[in-house]
Ligand binder design. Structure first.
Ligand SMILES: [Fe+2]
Ligand SMILES: [Fe+2]
Length: 169
């Protein structure tokens, strides 16, 4: 850690361990976003059928947003004197967003997206709690990203409702 003369704030000497804890959380958030980008690319291409179009287009838009989130988490890791991890440290977790057996199974994709967004919402709320009072910049940034994820989940919950209403989910 660089020498710092800051008397207060997350970059101050006395907050070193807190800062390291936040960096670890940001790395996890970064990986979650990267994996979401991978999953959304595949699921914006694979699905077949008339019904799949809306879902594919929506995921296509989200890819850019999730990529932007990954970049913001990465920048913040560096600002806190951390190092953005290399690809060899990546561990995949999104079992629920693997390609379904049949590529017309749009409900599988919708449920997978809802699960991914719910996981992000849960974890980002934890970051917000952990940074409250001690790191207002990470706190603010994560609140903004959380807002996006809540919007994503709500959109896909709406898609699921439609399928449920028609007895297809
Ligand atoms: Fe995201
Ligand atoms: Fe999202």
């Amino acid at each position: 850690m660089p020498a710092t003369t800051d008397a207060r704030g997350i970059l101050s000497e006395e907050n070193t361990s807190k800062r390291e804890e936040i960096i670890e959380m940001l790395k996890r958030a970064y990986w979650m976003e990267i994996e979401t980008v991978m999953s959304y690319i595949s699921n914006s291409v694979n699905p077949d059928g008339v019904r799949a179009q809306e879902i594919k287009e929506s995921l296509e838009e989200d890819i850019q947003e999730e990529l932007g989130h990954a970049q913001r988490f990465a920048e913040r890791i560096k600002e806190l004197y951390g190092v953005v991890p290399g690809s060899l440290e990546f561990d995949a977790e999104q079992t629920y967003l693997q390609p379904p057996e049949h590529q017309t199974d749009v409900v599988h994709v919708i449920r997978g997206v809802i699960e991914a967004e719910a996981g992000a919402i849960d974890f980002y709320n934890r970051i917000i709690e952990a940074t409250d009072d001690v790191d207002p910049v990470t706190n603010d940034m994560t609140i903004e990203i959380l807002h996006d994820e809540e919007g994503h989940r709500r959109l896909f919950e709406g898609f699921l409702r439609e399928y449920e209403a028609e007895g297809l989910a």
